[in-house]
Ligand binder design. Structure first.
Ligand code: SF4
Length: 213
């Protein structure tokens, strides 16, 4: 089981934390992010806020975002960033939040994302959540997969509308695909997949699907 708020090498404990964030330099749990797009129409349906988190262990050949492999890249994802994203999610013209990277489903990033997504669900009702992960649906749901299945994984998936899964494979690159870069990747309807216990592809990944704003 993941240790929560275990403190850091300087001996700081959760009681020392003043930021109130679920992830904190003092308590030893943290995530960095590279950038936030506030009106993104490329990474999901409609107009979205896109959060690019830092850290990725997949190292896919041909990756378009190599600088984000480093977990230290960018800035700390702290409470003020959470607040800023939540504020920008509220307007009616924003359809939802997309989380990509980097790899949102690396273990330490899941620990940071889970409480943030809970805030999004509670404070921004009606907004959809998309996640791009290099891990596959099967890997994420495999309880024996220490690399990407954590105590937060099922909670994160239960809050997710669409998962675009799988690593980018340069040999399978296809520019005509919707919302993904290579043919092995899937656009998954997460609520339906959880309900049926198998991968249910989303209509949004289909070539002929028309987007209605
Ligand atoms: S999963 Fe994404 S960010 Fe990570 S190496 Fe592959 S393409 Fe790059």
């Amino acid at each position: 089981m993941r240790q929560k708020h275990r403190g850091n090498r300087k001996g700081n404990t959760p009681e020392d934390c003043k930021c109130g964030s679920s992830l904190c330099f003092l308590t030893g749990e943290r995530m960095n992010y590279g950038q936030v797009f506030y009106t993104d129409t490329a990474n999901g349906i409609g107009c979205r806020i896109s959060l690019f988190v830092s850290g990725c262990t997949h190292h896919c050949p041909g990756c378009f975002n190599e600088e984000t492999w480093d977990f230290q890249y960018g800035d700390p994802f702290d409470r003020s960033v959470e607040d800023d994203i939540i504020r920008h999610l509220r307007p009616v013209y924003i359809d939802g939040l997309t989380v990509l990277g980097g790899e949102p489903m690396e273990r330490q990033n899941q620990a940071a994302l889970c409480p943030f997504l809970k805030r999004v669900r509670e404070e921004c009702p009606g907004k959809t959540i998309w996640i791009y992960s290099g891990y596959t649906w099967e890997e994420l749901r495999d309880r024996d997969n220490f690399r990407c299945h954590t105590e937060d994984t099922e909670d994160i998936l239960s809050m997710t509308d669409i998962l675009v899964d799988g690593k980018f494979v340069a040999e399978k690159k296809n520019l005509s695909l919707r919302f993904r870069g290579s043919e092995n990747q899937r656009v998954i309807d997460v609520p339906k997949s959880l309900a049926k216990g198998r991968v249910v592809p989303s209509q949004y990944g289909e070539p002929g699907h028309t987007i209605h704003f």
